[in-house]
Ligand binder design. Sequence first.
Ligand code: GLY
Length: 306
Amino acid sequence: DAAGIPTARWERFDDRDAAREFVTRRGAPVVVKADGLAGGKGVVVAETEAEALAAVDALALPLVIEEVLAGEEVSFFALCDGTDAIPLGAAQDHKRLGTRDTGPNTGGMGAYAPLPWAPASLPGEVLDTVIQPAIDVLRRRGTPYRGLLYAGLSLTAAGVRVVEFNARFGDPETQVVLDRLATPLAGLLRAAAAGGLAGAPPPRWRPGAAVTVVIAAEGYPEAPVKGDRIEIQEFTEREGAYLLHAGTASGGREGTLVSAGGRVLNAVGTGEDLRAARAAAYEAAARVRMRGGWYRHDIAARAAGL
Ligand code: GLY
């Protein structure tokens, strides 16, 4: 609010009775949040008033209650040097565990870039209305921000709204964004660190699209099983289809691999458009054999017109 950045309308409560009264007056759907660290369990998107009241009773005070933002989600990356910022790509994540957006929220089960449905004006609009105001307010407060600023956005009917900020790259969106980046990242990071982003040549991008599919372990996200053996069948690495390791470890014997985290591997595919890129990604994913291994089958499907 201090920076005038568009976000959901919200109110903060130190008192449960006042929060309950607000929910009853305002109705559902509504978002109830614990205003503090909550181990990833501090946000309830309540579809009904009863769910909202239960969240008000369950979450730790203080609470924030805010409007639900309906619209396409975008993960927008910008590189900042404390004074200036440049856009570093946008991607869409698939946060639910199951195909067709079912099941619990995860850190992300797959992503794609670019966003064929997004207006060409989006990077400029987000830079002007979200990123630059954030950089300016932080600089004015004597805490200039240098690094990657990741805005989680909702493109609502009323315009762009910020859902969250992260002071880091996001995963799995980064895999597809960096795949498309033709300019060496190191030079951009150096310019961000040294304060020279305004004078740096704009990043160059490869044409085409990239899709990444996360291969998750059994039990992810609550209790991922670790130590399962992973076998990867040889595949012809047509240009731009490859596997990235995330939660893997050496199985002891030379060349053996085991799972060591919830999200184990990323199958990345690229192509001239999203259809070709997702076909390549799924081809790579199908080469992985892991007991209990799981991946969604609809990453980028809607955006690819499937
Ligand atoms: N994929 C979401 C995040 O990195 O926060």
